[in-house]
Design a protein around this ligand. Structure first.
Ligand SMILES: [Zn+2]
Length: 245
C-alpha cells in the first residue's frame, strides 16, 4: 500500500476547490468475487462518508475527519454493496467510446499501406489503424482532445460575445475531477472529455464557466446569470451529472 501525504490544496482563486489532507492509495476489497481497488481520502471538509469515482474510473472513499477509516470501509463495503454495483456500472461506462452524445463503435485494423497509427471517424464508427490494443484508448483520447481544441474555444467565443463577457484564454486539459474551471485571471479550462456529450451539455459547461468570470461562486445570483444565457440549463446540468452516477 502506498502512503502519501498530499499538500493541502486550497486555492481561493479557483471557483472549484477542495481540501484533501491524507490519501491512502491502492487499497482493495473483494466483494462477491470482484476485486474493487480504491483509495482513501481523509478530508476535513467532508461531512459524510461517500464514494467518489473520477473520469479515469478511480474510486475514492471520502472519509470525514470524525470518522475512522475502518468505520467508513465497513459502512461502504460491507453494509452498502448496492453502491459498489453502481460503481462497476460507471467503470463499464468509462470503458466505452463517445463523441457528441453518441456511443461509437470501434474497429481496429492494420493497414499495411499506412504504417502510421491513425484514426478516422465515419458516422458512428471509429476506425483505428493500429495493431496494439493498448494504443486504442490513447489514440481516442488524443483525437478527442484535438476535437475539443477545435470545438470548445468557438463556443466560448460565441457565448462571451452574446453575453458580453471578457476572458483571457481557453485551455483544454484532461482533468480527472472537473469538467471545467475558471481562474481569477480569466483563464477558462475545459476537460476534453466534454466531447463525450451532446452540444447542449457542452454549451452548458461553457456558459457555467463564463458566468464565473462575474460570479466566483455558486450563489443564487450566479445561477440567475446562467439561466439568463441558457434558460433550459437545468436539463443539461442534470444530464451531465448522470454520467458519473
Ligand atoms: Zn462552478
Amino acid at each position: 500500500m502506498n502512503f502519501q501525504i498530499k499538500r493541502v490544496n486550497f486555492n481561493f482563486k479557483l471557483a472549484h476547490y477542495y481540501i484533501v489532507i491524507l490519501i491512502l492509495n491502492n487499497k482493495s476489497v473483494n466483494i462477491n468475487g470482484n476485486k474493487i481497488t480504491y483509495s482513501v481520502k481523509k478530508s476535513n471538509k467532508a461531512k459524510y462518508v461517500r464514494l467518489k469515482i473520477n473520469l479515469d474510473g478511480e474510486i475514492h472513499l471520502i472519509v470525514p475527519r470524525f470518522v475512522s477509516i475502518s468505520q467508513a470501509e465497513e459502512l461502504m463495503f460491507i453494509k452498502n454493496k448496492a453502491i459498489l454495483k453502481n460503481y462497476q456500472n460507471i467503470q463499464n461506462k468509462l470503458r466505452k467510446f463517445y463523441f457528441l452524445g453518441n456511443e461509437l463503435k470501434v474497429v481496429t485494423g492494420n493497414n499495411l499501406r499506412q504504417s502510421k497509427t491513425s484514426l478516422i471517424l465515419d458516422n458512428k464508427l471509429l476506425i483505428l489503424n493500429t495493431n496494439k490494443v493498448e494504443n486504442i484508448r490513447k489514440l481516442y483520447n488524443d483525437w478527442l482532445k484535438k476535437e475539443a481544441e477545435r470545438y470548445i474555444p468557438k463556443r466560448v467565443e460565441y457565448f462571451s460575445g452574446k453575453a458580453g463577457f471578457v476572458y483571457n484564454k481557453v485551455v483544454i486539459r484532461g482533468q480527472k475531477n472537473r469538467w471545467g474551471s475558471c481562474s481569477s485571471n480569466g483563464t477558462l479550462s475545459f476537460n476534453y472529455k466534454l466531447m463525450y456529450f451532446n452540444n447542449k451539455i457542452i454549451d452548458y459547461v461553457v456558459v457555467h464557466e463564463l458566468c464565473h468570470l462575474k460570479e466566483m461562486n455558486h450563489s443564487k445570483k450566479f445561477w440567475k446569470l446562467v439561466e439568463a444565457i441558457m434558460p433550459d440549463y437545468k436539463i443539461h446540468k442534470h444530464q451531465l451529472g448522470l454520467f458519473l452516477n
